[in-house]
Write a protein that binds this ligand. Structure first.
Ligand code: A2P
Length: 348
């Protein structure tokens, strides 16, 4: 069986990767529609050797679909996801619009694949830093419960979209030519610089990106007890995020045991060459499917603490690959079938 699919946001950083992944993973595609805003109408994108037109998302272009992979921002998803469901499609949504709604499963296939079974038309793809962290620490959490997580992130420009990636290159060129770097997409120059994530701050001083790590991790783990604090920083890297993670367990967890577990954990690649001080780097994580993990070591400040370092491709496992893996999961388990019209709960 093959499926009628649309990519909503097909011209964006994640959309382009979705197109590539559907082709390279040989997803059973019967028909593919590429949807975006009116800005992109007239553009063509290549899929399996064929040029396909980019069309405007509309009631008409959302007809007769089995699956919509949406990555066009929260407001576009809020406008169109329920429409697509009503017309019979299942929506895998990469925006934050539905992630915390109780009726919407939030899925990382290596962590909580079973949650997908309860979908009511929309399945949410988690935040990128959250996906990368949960893939790496879930196998440890299953052996010994994690009590507390302190995460510090080093996030690439890709999280802010294709235009932000292009802007960092332009800024770097400007600086090297002795000119002032312009910041139009990003709030400040990122080339040769870094700044705390610019999502809105709450009363406690945490930004939205940091709170996504807190709330989404708890939902994916199905564990509201785990305590989490995060500091999210944007760095001048193009498309892979890095994270320094401190874990506190209920009881001591040796670095060797963690290493052994992570050496065969799904979606994880252990990279540790202590002699040569060689560990995961965002440049090497770029284009790879796995989350690269290394520098696993005992926390010298706490008997039940563990430190680790990870890098993962933000566009791939952090977004597009995770969405395609969810789609594969739906196909495998015969879950890619129309739900009744999606009814949104007001409470999040
Ligand atoms: P467009 O290229 O027509 O603006 P990125 O995250 O890389 O910035 O990509 C965002 C994606 O979402 C693009 O494909 C963009 O299309 C699409 N998009 C943004 N706003 C809308 C909208 N209002 N309707 C449909 N697609 C949208």
């Amino acid at each position: 069986k093959s499926y009628r699919i649309a990519i909503l946001g097909a011209t964006g950083a994640v959309g382009t990767e979705l197109l590539e992944l559907l082709e390279s993973r040989n997803f059973p595609v019967a028909e593919l529609k590429l949807l975006a805003s009116e800005r992109s109408v007239g553009r063509w994108l290549r899929f399996k050797g064929e040029d396909l037109p980019v069309e405007l998302v509309s009631h008409r272009t959302l007809e007769n679909l089995d699956l919509v992979l949406a990555s066009a921002g929260g407001s576009t998803s809020k406008t169109w996801a329920a429409v697509a469901v009503e017309k019979g499609a299942v929506v895998i949504d990469n925006s934050s619009a539905f992630r915390m709604k109780p009726e919407v499963p939030l899925v990382v296939p290596e962590v909580n694949p079973l949650a997908a079974a309860n979908h009511q038309g929309i399945i949410a793809n988690p935040n990128c830093t959250t996906i990368l962290m949960t893939v790496a620490i879930w196998p440890l959490h299953q052996i010994s419960p994690i009590k507390r997580i302190v995460a510090s992130t080093y996030q690439s420009a890709s999280g802010a979209g294709a235009k932000a990636m292009a802007e960092v290159k332009t800024q770097a060129r400007a600086i090297l030519q002795g000119q002032e770097p312009l910041a139009e997409v990003l709030p400040y120059p990122l080339a040769f610089n870094l700044f705390p994530h610019n999502s809105p701050l709450n009363d406690l001083g945490y930004c939205e990106e940091e709170m996504k790590m807190v709330n989404e991790t708890r939902k994916i783990f199905g564990d509201q007890q785990v305590r989490i604090s995060a500091t999210c920083i944007r760095v001048p890297v193009l498309r892979a995020h890095s994270e320094a993670i401190n874990l506190e367990f209920e009881s001591p967890f040796s670095a060797d045991a963690a290493r052994e577990i992570l050496s065969c954990a799904p979606g994880v690649k252990l990279i540790e060459d202590w002699k040569n001080n060689y560990f995961p780097m965002p440049m090497e994580a770029t284009g790879q499917d796995e989350v690269l993990v290394g520098r696993i070591r005992q926390d010298i400040s706490h008997p039940c603490g563990l430190e680790l370092w990870l890098c993962g491709d933000q566009i791939r496992k952090g977004a597009a690959l995770n969405a395609v893996q969810i789609a594969e999961l739906l196909v495998e388990r015969n879950l890619l079938k129309p739900a009744k019209a999606y009814v949104s709960s007001e409470t999040e």
